[in-house]
Write a protein that binds this ligand. Structure first.
Ligand code: ZN
Length: 178
């Protein structure tokens, strides 16, 4: 049986075709990071530092978040924190076993702590953060022998795009400041 007849029974709606196309041209991590970037753009459009996150469980997004520190005037309103709360609500459980968190920028120590407490086993990030990154850049708490919980780290997925949206945002702020 050829592949075309395989697909016959599933229908040929546009969404289906588009999803199928993206699966063919991108690996999974790249695909999900595109959704995290979409969240980062939502932050940018609200004049927030553009960082976005999604949490994936069994091949679908169960939590999303983008940075809302200014909007909420809440220093804990990082993309990852909001995505974790939204994923825990979706699963009606604080334990996010068997999920992957995708975030455009390396998580800070607060978010990495929350990721570990939520038992998220894998963190995938785009750009590194030498100032606050807690997955090996500034400090390493995601994967250290001194803690009892650990997460796997996959870095550098869509790094140029994740970096550029931040660079463009800060360039724009500097330009407006002139
Ligand atoms: Zn954070």
């Amino acid at each position: 049986m050829d592949r075309a007849s395989d697909y016959g029974s599933e229908g040929w709606g546009f969404e289906f075709l588009r999803a199928r196309f993206f699966y063919i041209v991108m690996d999974d991590h790249t695909l999900w990071m595109r959704f995290a970037l979409q969240e980062a753009r939502k932050a940018r459009d609200k004049n927030e530092v553009p960082i976005g996150a999604v949490i994936v469980h069994e091949g679908r997004i169960i939590g999303r978040g983008h940075n809302l520190v200014e909007t909420l005037q809440d220093p804990t309103a990082h993309a990852e924190m909001l995505a974790i709360t939204s994923a825990a609500n979706s699963l009606a459980s604080w334990r996010l076993d068997d999920t992957i968190l995708y975030v455009t920028l390396e998580p800070c120590s607060m978010c990495t702590g929350a990721i570990l407490l939520a038992r998220i086993p894998t963190i995938v990030f785009g750009a590194t953060d030498p100032r606050y990154g807690a997955c090996g850049s500034a400090v390493q708490i995601a994967n250290t022998d001194s803690l009892d919980v650990h997460a796997n780290i996959i870095r550098g997925i869509l790094e140029p795009e994740c970096k550029k949206i931040l660079q463009d945002f800060f360039a724009e702020i500097r330009r407006r400041g002139d």
